[in-house]
Design a binder for this molecule. Structure first.
Ligand SMILES: CC(C)(COP(=O)(O)OP(=O)(O)OC[C@H]1O[C@@H](n2cnc3c(N)ncnc32)[C@H](O)[C@@H]1OP(=O)(O)O)[C@@H](O)C(=O)NCCC(=O)NCCS
Length: 331
């Protein structure tokens, strides 16, 4: 008979870190190329500004910076980390993954390290995976990083995406806990809607026509809006129920920072009480895809809107289509 591993009774988020890249880009700097206005963008998306990375602020650099802050907040040394999970769609090497590079720069001791491609949903996928790994005994401490440099694959003249997507990185340390700290993940996908958010072309088609331009992101905005506003509220409600709580027990709601109107529609559909604090980082940061949930959570902690012991609903969704949600206890 084979031996099997057993892990900690429970897993929890132990620390949060963030890296916000240095180029601040207000709407006014984008509107000319897309024949838009600051007023239109704010009204339709809630976005006032976003941040783009400098050439030095690479996926690796931003990841290491936010991971160091998360480790320090958790009181964990890099060599205690045995899993590094990096959610990203903008590490521009098909292979190898960026996770081993990040782990080595951090000083981890040969951890399992891999990237996951679940677009804007990637960070919550990572938290779900890390929680399962810790409870099954395949890791004791895991770093989950969400990181993007979407400015590399943005068409600055596309009216549907140029004002939405941005750059940044956020991380959490997940580790063992005596009490439940991460509720059951509710996750899934819908490949029938594969084309709603995607890179415009396959790399092979780009090369076949002799182009050197990177295939940019495209999005069918109004279809994504409808899907996210209605279907994702059901996923959030299921995560609340599977955690064995009710919306009244929640303190904090940290949805993927896609768009302020989607956030408000979800909060209404889920009947969240007025006192639940809602993350609104999208106004300052734009939509940073896999980085958006940890960045938004980090801001809430920094600004005192979320405190240790709070119950938070995390939900992330995007290209695939893919989605994942869980209720967590904040560190
Ligand atoms: C992108 C989004 C803001 C566009 O808003 P919308 O109301 O769906 O826009 P539509 O494409 O239907 O166009 C509506 C009108 O706005 C205009 N418009 C579109 N983009 C515009 C822009 N960037 N600036 C100004 N006007 C614009 C259109 O021309 C159209 O004008 P008309 O009514 O005179 O024909 C919206 O679809 C959205 O937020 N989608 C979800 C995006 C998202 O969060 N994605 C991330 C998920 S991970």
């Amino acid at each position: 008979m084979l031996s099997t591993s057993t892990g900690a009774a429970h897993a929890a988020i132990l620390g949060v870190g963030a890296y916000r890249p240095s180029i601040v880009v207000p709407n006014s700097e984008l509107v000319e190329a897309i024949d838009s206005s600051d007023e239109w963008i704010q009204q339709r998306s809630g976005i006032k500004q976003r941040r783009f990375a400098t050439p030095e602020e690479s996926v690796q650099m931003m990841s290491v910076a936010c991971a160091r802050e998360a480790l320090e907040a958790a009181g964990i040394e890099a060599d205690q980390v045995d899993a590094v999970i990096v959610a990203t769609v903008s590490h521009m090497m098909q292979t190898p993954a960026v996770a081993p590079l990040i782990a080595t720069e951090l000083g981890c001791d040969h951890p399992v390290a891999f990237d996951i491609s679940a677009a804007c949903a990637g960070f919550c996928h990572g938290v779900g995976l890390a929680s399962d790994m810790i409870r099954s005994g395949s890791a004791r401490y895991a770093l989950v990083i969400g990181v993007e440099r979407l400015s590399d694959i943005l068409d600055r003249t596309d009216r549907g995406t140029a004002f939405i997507f941005a750059d940044g990185a956020g991380a959490v340390v997940v580790g063992p806990s005596e009490t439940p700290g991460i509720g059951p993940v509710v996750w899934g996908s819908d490949g029938e809607q594969y084309d709603l958010i995607r890179q415009r072309e396959d790399w092979r088609d780009v090369v076949a026509v002799g182009s050197t331009a990177m295939p940019p992101l495209t999005m069918q905005g109004s279809s994504v809006f409808r899907w996210a506003s209605f279907t994702m509220a059901k996923v959030g409600t299921e995560a609340i129920e599977r955690a064995g709580i009710t919306p009244d027990d929640l303190d904090v709601f940290v949805p993927h920072q896609a768009n302020m109107r989607i956030t408000d529609a979800m909060a209404r559909s889920m009947k969240l009480p007025e006192r639940v604090k809602i993350a609104r980082d999208v106004a300052e940061q734009g939509n940073t895809s896999a980085a958006s949930v940890p960045l938004a959570l980090h801001r809430m902690i920094q600004e005192g809107d979320a405190v240790s012991g709070d119950l938070a609903l995390l939900i992330a969704f995007g290209a695939g289509l893919a989605y994942a949600a869980q209720v967590v206890v904040l560190p």
